[in-house]
Ligand binder design. Structure first.
Ligand code: PHE
Length: 359
């Protein structure tokens, strides 16, 4: 007859030897299952006296509990061991050099976008976004373009077929409105994205990229605007005495308004930053118009600030010497092999942006 002691001895010996989770599960069923060995012990009860039954029952129950606990502990230990073995077998030496040369390239527009964001981020600007398909209110009305105002014509808008109120955004300025509608000043954001205008030549493409900047608080003035953009240009081009000029301009949503140009030359198919040759317009800017603040529920007697909108593609042309904007979007593999960037060439302020920069 199997006694509690002999079964206990046998079970714990087996448990000691078990080396896999599968074995443990089989042992659990064989010992603790409905027809298991421990349950079986209770059959011996029939021949015992009442007093004996009591102690015997207690012994069987104690064995049941002890064995269940021991099983659980062994299970945990085996699981930890299996995980450790798995980690060891999947170990990767991250310090090894990569194999071969990655074939894909990052488009200069996206490289430049990352560079610009890194600089603005360093200056304390947060990221904001808005949709490519905009409504008339955000794209024009709230930005102080009254209906039928001639300023709307300058924007060469693509209208959505059959949707009177919807347009492909002609600039990223609608994100100014969306931001002021949603967050309270102080506001300090940049909003990059695609923009669309019916235009096509060496420096215009129907789809292009802009990055919008907006600061709203109680004290920011035109001096801050100029300082911010000149410092940005110096950091971006890595040229301390970069030729920059501001020209008075007009935008319905800023007053006063200006445009910033960068001195450059285009000779022998080469495009570079240079003083005294010519100028390329790279951004529009100005102090946010009181009507725009009002349209967003802000009191213009209390709040003020500046906004700017840069053409990302133009910055890319200037920095990397690419003479024709249209080539950006022709999807020519040879072009991207020449002007593209490696996937691991991630721009940041610490490493700097020296690659390919003209001094
Ligand atoms: N949205 C203007 C454009 O695309 C640029 C701009 C932005 C001007 C912000 C002033 C302030 O031409």
């Amino acid at each position: 007859m199997t006694t509690v002691e002999s079964l206990s001895d046998k079970l714990f010996k087996e448990l000691d030897k078990a080396s896999s989770l599968k074995q443990l599960e089989e042992m659990r069923v064989a010992a603790l299952g409905k027809k298991g060995a421990i349950t079986d012990l209770l059959k011996n009860m029939a021949s015992l006296s009442l007093e004996e039954k009591k102690t015997y029952g207690q012994q069987v129950n104690a064995l049941k509990e002890n064995f269940a606990t021991a099983l659980e502990e062994k299970k945990k230990a085996l699981e930890a061991k299996e995980l450790e073995a798995k980690l060891q077998s999947e170990r990767v030496d991250v310090s090894l050099p990569t194999v071969g040369k990655p074939e894909g390239k990052i488009h200069p527009v996206y490289q430049v976008l990352e560079e610009m964001l890194a600089i603005f981020n360093q200056m304390g600007f947060k990221l904001a976004e808005g949709p490519d398909i905009e409504d008339d209110f955000h794209c024009f009305e709230a930005l102080n373009f009254p209906k039928n105002h001639p300023a709307r014509q300058m924007q060469a808008t693509f209208f959505m077929d059959g949707e009177e109120d919807l347009v492909l955004r002609t600039h990223t300025s609608p994100v100014q409105i969306r931001t002021m509608e949603n967050i309270k000043p102080p506001i300090k954001i940049v909003a990059p994205g695609r923009t669309y205008r019916c235009d096509y030549d060496m420096t215009h493409s129907p789809m292009f990229h802009q990055i919008e900047g907006l600061i709203i608080d109680k004290t920011t003035n035109m001096g801050h605007l100029k300082g911010c953009l000149v410092e940005f240009a110096k950091a971006f081009f890595n040229v301390e005495d970069i030729p920059v000029r501001f020209r008075p301009s007009f935008f319905p949503f800023t007053e006063p308004s200006a445009e910033m140009d960068i001195g450059c030359s285009r000779e022998n198919g080469e495009f570079k930053i240079e003083a005294g040759k010519g100028w390329m317009e790279v951004l529009g800017c100005g102090m946010v118009h009181p009507n725009v603040l009002k349209n967003c529920g802000l009191d213009p007697d209390e709040y003020q600030g500046f906004a700017f909108g840069c053409g990302i593609d133009r910055f890319a042309m200037l920095k990397y010497g690419i003479p024709d904007l249209r080539t950006f979007f022709e999807a020519d593999v040879r072009w991207i092999q020449n002007y593209g960037f490696g996937a691991l060439d991630v721009p940041n302020m610490i490493r700097g942006f020296a690659a390919g920069v003209q001094k």
